[in-house]
Structure formats: structure tokens, C-alpha cells
Ligand binder design. Sequence first.
Ligand code: PLP
Length: 421
Amino acid sequence: MSPTKNVSPRERQRRDYLLSSPLGAATRAIHLGQHEAGLDQFPVPALICNSAALLDSVEAGRDMLGNAEGENFAYQRYANPTVSVLEAKFRAIEHCAYSLAVNSGMTACLLVFRALLGAGDHVIVPRGLFYEVIEQLEHETRQRGMTLSVIEAYETAAFQAALRPDTRMIFIEAPTNPAFLDINIAELAKLCMKNAVLLVVDNTFLTPLCQKPLSLGAAVTLYSTTKHINGHGDVMGGMVSTNDPDLFKALKSYRESAGLILDPFSAWLTVRGLRTLALRLKKHADNALAVIAMLNQEFPTLQWRAVWSTRSAQANGIDPSLHTGLIAIVLPSQEAGTIFVSQLQLIRTGTTFGNIESLCYHYGSFARAGGTDLERMGVPRGLVRISVGLEDTDDINADIRRALRLAMLTQASAAGEVSPV
Ligand SMILES: Cc1ncc(COP(=O)(O)O)c(C=O)c1O
């Protein structure tokens, strides 16, 4: 299939208009990307499932199979038109040159490690990174003759102190999840560029609509699209983006040979999710701000964490009304955290975030014995992450208010104190 096949003058005119206009995030997510795979004749991008395209002539076959730079639809392991729509939409909202869809966020991490690192390389990560990524990287570095430094301070100076002549990559999440510790991406990117180190940012938490690490100087961003990007909790996926053609070539080549590409149905669902991302983020943000306002007013002694409180100039130029619904409430003890989540009725416990429904997760209740060291990750035992969803604001606040009162009362009476609330 050729992206330019059967394009009418009207379609071409519309396409030129869309590509040359300074469109906002919501418009870009809804309208851009469809034309890239010749799929703009319908408002909803088509779901195309074909393990192989037919090569109608030897010439067409040669064109397709020899197309190392572009989209090779000859075989689904190389490229697929529905996946290409998702990638093109992603490029449009991330303002970047290249995006590659893969079948989960962990696959996105693996693709970056496998394609961009080799024996002898040294990698630096902060302790507050998503723990499964650290586990994956420990395995990768051990198996492939590399070394890993896990650092526990997140100022640029701490990363600088960990640099070695063989350091090839710094991999971060900013802010860290769920501790909400901030890392200055722009400052770290400068350090990385000066030392020929690749800065990779897992931007799952904020999405490209709230933070654009590539614009701040990062070499690569990656995402679990399972979270806000899809947003409906019904599909898994990952994305890797870059502006560097050599990094893209290496990433694409490894994705093809290992067969890591996202499947078309998951891509189709993720496109549907992505088209409402801006709208959803606005409502997530409104609801989370309402929860924070309620906490400040009714539970003034309770600690809470949110990205609004830690964000720096990293978000410059980005619509401030778009934000996630991620907040963390820090209860006074692990027991109080357990009581709080057990008392919630509307908000249920789940290991994911960014869905339309509100979800909570209490790390202290689920920490594996001998596993993740929460304190070293900056996660207090009473911390409960709440992914504030899209339900009616008053219903979310009523559930949190009631469960918090019960948790604080139980905690106070167990300690023989008068309740602080
Ligand atoms: C920040 C972050 N990165 C990566 C991942 C892995 O993504 P997935 O579960 O889609 O493989 C997660 C999943 O929880 C995550 O929270």
C-alpha cells in the first residue's frame, strides 16, 4: 500500500492545511496521522489485519522490501497501516521525528536496552524508577556484560558524580512514580550531551501532552501506552520516540528482527484512546485539583503529593489545564494506608493508572518481603497513589473523605490519641 495512492486534490488540500496549521493538542490527536497510511477517507482509521501485503508486481515488491527508511507493509512484523496511524498521531502530539509502537511499556524498555546498549556499556538509573524496569535492566546488564549504577539522589550533580568514561545511558522517570520526586530533565540533558551519554526518559506518567522530554534535550522517550494514552484499561502497548535518525534505525531494525511491533487491534484501540487524550487529561486534572482542595480544607495535617507541587519549568509552553489525575496521599502509617484502601467503595485497588475509572494503590500493603525497598525509593509506608478518574467530582471526594476519616479515627484510637480530623 502506498501512502499517496488515490489522494484526491481535495484530500491533498486538506492534508496540506492540517500539516501547515499550528493546531492544538486535541485537534492534532483527533485529525493528524490518518493520512500517513492512506487511511484518511473515513473519520475512524481502519483496522487492517494482514500478516502480509501482496506484492502486485516485482517492481512494487522491490520498492516495498527495499524500503529500509520508510514503512514496509510487506509483512506485519515490519509495519502495519493501523500501527502507522498510531505512530503518526504520536509524532504529531510529541512533535518528534520518529515513533515506534511496541507491545507493552516493558517491551519499549527492552527495545531501548537491546538496540542501544552493548557489552562494556555502563548505565545509570535513579532508585525511584519503576522497579520492574530496574529488575529488567539488572538482568540485561548481568547477561550482556554491562554494568549498572542505581543512585539514590536525583540532583544533576548526583548523576554527574556517577558518570564514568564507559557510561552510555542515563535512564530516568521524571517525576518518579509513585514518590513524585523531581528530576531536572533539561539540566540532565545538557550533562548527557556534554559527555556523549544517551538520556532516555520514561514519560509514561505525564504523557507528551504534559511534558516533552525530547524538546528538553533527551535522546529518547518511551511510554507505557497501557496507561493514560489508551486510558480505557482494555489494552497494553508501548511507544519509543526519538529525533535521531541513527537511533531510530537501530531501534526499528531490532523491533523488526525481534517481532516486538504492536498488534493492529491493540493499535486501533490505542488510536481511539489517543483521540480523546486531551479531553480526558483536562477532566483528570480538574478532578484531582478538587480532591486536593478538599484535602487541604478538611484534612489540613495530611500530607499529599502531586505533580503540580513538584513541576518545574520543564512544562513551559504546555497547556496547564491538561494534566494527569495522579496524586499520592501519605497516611501516618502502613496500617492507616491499609485501612484507607479497604474502606474505599467507589475507588478500587489496581496496579495500573490513567484509566477512566479512579484507582488506588497502597505500596505498603503489597510490598514483597525482601523485594522493593520502599524507603530507599522515597515511598513512605503510608503512601497511597490515587489515579483520579473521570467520575463525578463529588462522588470521588465523598469516597475519599469517608475512607480517610475512618482510617484516621482507627489510627488515632489505636495510638490512644484524639483524632486529628
Ligand atoms: C512508568 C512505567 N513505565 C513502564 C511501565 C511498563 O509498562 P507495561 O505495563 O505497559 O509493560 C509501567 C507499568 O506500570 C510504568 O508505570
